[in-house]
Design a protein around this ligand. Structure first.
Ligand code: AMP
Length: 390
């Protein structure tokens, strides 16, 4: 076997590899590998060597590349964790990666905008894709992790596959009745978010099952921000006996309380100021619980009052100043099923959650910041855990 020094440039490596192949072929007759096979081997090797610039973080794009990287970690008993993301990384994602690095030798971050979890009318085509920025953010975070002696590991790899790799039988489509290999978690997937987005959790559960099978992590990290998703993933891991610990990280927020989200870039300045109404409404409901209320009417009444009065205030403004929104739901649910409850059992606690649709701004003003992609309607979600009190 011929080993080329690692410092050899990729182009030189390919030419040398092809020359060696031609020589072997001449010596061995036509059963030796063809130059095109060798070229594709060289390209596979180049891909395996791809890293985020100035870092040791590997960029893996195929299932095969992840498997090759993963195998020695199993033999070395290294703990591998996975943080699944759709990119457009923000502090919420980074907090999950930090938590993963504290508890595992190798952190794999997946960046994949999974089309199956977008409805046909949703924002797949305009979803922010910020690969170069994400790489810089990960490089910076990895340096921070390296300097912090409290971590077990660092970011070892980013898994960024194309859709052809994730759906080897072909992408099944985004329709409710699409045919294909899906993981469907009911009834939780049909509630709350699932009512407005009937294919969402099917897409999430399916892609997460694939990611878990590819990376084979001991631990996976998800954000509390998407509370219903955490229930779907926990149920999937339990019901399919996956040997994985599911770790939930708390919600990262802007200083005024708005939950960080890759979709906040759509808001623009005018809607950004009003978007905090959802968190204010949920906090008002939490106050009721903290003050001793356990019944649904008192708790949710407080949230609905904030949502209604804020909208009334907005409607009193002129069209070029105001912001309109529609409340999709404000819910009080059981923490393990997400089914609505009439009363909170203090031994169990509850989940207050809500979704708002911020409508596009009316009468946009010249030069006004309308947000990413011209500021389409934006759906915001948030939640607060009502902690068990005994
Ligand atoms: P996404 O890229 O939106 O699919 O999110 C990837 C992961 O980051 C999911 O587990 C989310 O729940 C989590 N996440 C998103 N926003 C936040 C946030 N503000 N705080 C904590 N985790 C978050």
């Amino acid at each position: 076997m011929v080993t080329l020094p690692n410092r050899t440039s990729p182009k030189t490596r390919t030419s040398i590899t092809v020359m060696i192949a031609l020589t072997i072929r001449r010596l061995a007759g036509s059963r030796a590998p063809t130059p095109s096979l060798i070229r594709s081997m060289a390209s596979a090797r180049r891909q395996a060597l791809e890293t985020i610039p100035s870092t040791p973080i590997k960029v893996l794009r195929t299932v095969d590349a992840v498997r090759k990287w993963r195998k020695p970690q199993v033999l070395d008993h290294r703990i591998v964790s996975l943080v699944p993301t759709m990119g457009a990384l923000h502090e919420g994602h980074l907090s999950l990666i930090r938590a993963a690095a504290r508890e595992s030798h190798h952190v794999v971050v997946s960046i994949y905008v999974n089309p199956a979890q977008f409805g046909i009318k949703e924002d797949l085509s305009s979803y922010p894709v910020t690969w170069n920025r994400d790489c810089k953010v990960l490089a910076e975070l990895d340096r921070e992790l390296a300097d912090d002696g409290g971590n077990l590991g660092r970011i070892s790899a980013v898994f960024a596959p194309p859709t052809s790799e994730m759906y080897p039988s072909g992408f099944p489509g985004q329709e409710v009745d699409s045919k294909g290999s899906f993981v469907v978690m009911t009834p939780v997937s049909e509630l709350l978010e699932g009512r407005t987005r009937p294919t969402f959790f099917r897409g999430v559960a399916t892609v997460c099952m694939k990611l878990f099978n590819i990376v084979q992590p001991e631990k996976v990290y998800f954000g509390q921000k998407d509370v219903q998703q955490t229930v779907v993933i926990r149920n999937m891991v339990r019901d399919f006996m996956l040997p994985i610990d599911v770790v939930i990280g708390s919600t990262s927020r802007e200083p005024d309380g708005l939950a960080l989200s890759s979709r906040n870039v759509y808001l623009g300045e005018r809607r950004r100021k009003v978007a905090i109404v959802l968190n204010r409404a949920l906090k008002a409901a939490e106050e009721q619980y903290k003050a001793g209320a356990l019944d649904r009417e008192s708790i949710l009444g407080a949230a609905n009052a904030v949502a209604t009065s804020t909208l009334n205030d907005q409607m009193a403004l002129s069209p070029e100043k105001r912001v309109k929104y529609e409340v999709d739901y404000i819910s009080l649910a059981d923490p393990s099923t997400m089914e609505e409850i009439q009363e909170v059992d203090p031994k169990v606690g509850g989940i207050l959650s809500g979704a708002l649709k911020m409508l596009p701004v009316e009468s946009p003003q010249p030069g006004e910041d309308l947000g990413h992609s011209g500021g389409p309607a934006v759906r915001l979600i948030d939640n607060i855990v009502l902690e068990r009190s005994c």
